[in-house]
Design a protein around this ligand. Structure first.
Ligand SMILES: *Cc1c(COP(=O)(O)O)cnc(C)c1O
Length: 383
């Protein structure tokens, strides 16, 4: 990878992110890399670019490159690409599949992914199969019989926090020459590194915890082996079709990322505490959180997620189907809004958006506020 002006060789995520991989403003020595908004760059009289090969905004956006460099290192990848949203990153991967190809998608994942992939496959006459990929055997068997070009999984999944055994999925994929893509948004690069576990491509909605301040839309892909033909296709298409992140967004993203490890640590701690509280509550029927020993994949969670289980969880409240609406309505600190992974805690009644979801399911994203205050808020709302 081309390093814009990184000077450090950090070995820990905390240092990598806090120092934005050592980037500074080479012109002034400013400790923050500057925004360069130019869409085009001047050439000299011999028609050569005057600075470091900069020609046009689509090719030469230093902050975009810096963001990619930091996240690629965090995911232990060989190369990485930023996109204007998580969906743009997912679409970039899927679009490499030709008509007549086959895609295997995990069932019950982020609704935006499912909806777009279904429509895309129909439009392009691609065979689509949706399976519960948290079932290791079912997933391996299906990969073997269906022989998909792409296998797309999300772990932990949204909103039911199911885990996919990435190592097992990777083995099944290699045997059948399928490409494994892992949406690791809820885990963040702090808690899981899917490429180390055998995934070919890791995907993030950087809109969520990576940016963490609910003020940027961004998506990211990193690859284990940059010579993979699919990666070359994605890279060429990203460049030629121009699905890029602008300088201002890249700047905000890098600023937000500096505290990523700190935020994820705090959110995971608070989330575990909150999940424990909910699990004990009489008004709560069930809690979905991989950090609870009652989670059916707790054992896998302990080896696949390192240092915490993330900020996202769901729970079922007792009572009639209007009960969850009532509970959400009573919350004061948790904002009723979609999304996750931000510094502020959010709550969502998924059924109001996605009919297939149990009406009494409440999804929360735990932020960095004081955990006891968050728990007190839930306590008064559940009363
Ligand atoms: C939000 C999200 C996406 C889509 O990302 P955008 O940045 O909103 O386009 C994809 N996957 C998961 C798991 C998400 O939470």
């Amino acid at each position: 990878m081309k390093a814009p002006h990184g000077t450090n060789h950090p070995t820990t995520l905390a240092t990598l992110f806090a120092q934005a991989d050592g980037a500074i403003d080479p012109l002034t020595g400013g400790v923050v890399p500057p925004i360069q908004p130019s869409s085009t760059f001047v050439r000299n009289k011999d028609y050569q670019p005057i600075s470091d090969g900069h020609i046009y905004g689509r090719d030469d956006n230093d902050l975009l490159r810096l963001g990619e460099q930091i996240l690629t290192k965090a995911e232990h990848g060989e190369d990485g690409l930023l996109f204007p949203s998580g969906m743009a990153a997912i679409a970039a991967v899927m679009r490499t599949t030709a008509s007549g190809g086959r895609i295997l998608l995990q069932s019950g994942i982020y609704w935006g992914t499912t909806k777009w992939v279904r429509e895309f496959c129909q439009r392009r006459q691609i065979e689509l199969l949706e399976v519960d990929s948290s079932n290791r055997k079912l997933l391996s068997r299906t990969i073997q019989s269906f022989r998909p070009d792409l296998v797309f999984v999300e772990t932990p999944s949204n909103p039911l926090l199911k885990l996919v055994d990435i190592q097992a999925a990777s083995k099944a994929c290699s045997k059948n020459s399928s490409i494994l893509i892992v949406d690791s948004t809820a885990a963040t690069p702090v808690l899981t590194n899917p490429l180390d576990l055998g995934a070919d491509i890791v995907m993030h909605s950087a809109t969520k915890a990576i940016n963490g301040h609910s003020d940027v839309l961004a998506g990211f892909l990193a690859v284990k082996d940059e010579t993979l033909p699919i990666w070359q296709a994605i890279k060429t298409d990203r460049h030629d079709a121009g699905a890029l992140l602008g300088s201002f967004e890249a700047w905000l993203l890098i600023r937000g990322m500096r505290t990523l490890p700190l935020r994820v640590e705090r959110m995971s701690e608070s989330a575990l505490k909150t999940a424990g509280f909910l699990a004990e509550h009489d008004e709560v029927k069930k809690v979905f959180y991989p950090g609870l020993s009652t989670h059916p994949q707790f054992e896998l969670a302990q080896v696949q997620m390192i240092g915490g289980f993330g900020s996202l969880m769901s729970f079922l409240v007792n009572g009639p189907s209007s009960r969850s609406l009532e509970v959400c309505g009573k919350l004061n600190l948790f904002k009723r809004a979609t999304s996750l992974g931000g510094v502020e805690s959010l709550v969502e009644r998924r059924h109001s958006i996605e009919e297939a979801i149990d009406p009494n399911l409440i999804r929360i994203s735990v932020g960095i506020e004081n955990a006891d205050e968050l728990i007190a808020d839930l306590e008064q709302a559940l009363k």
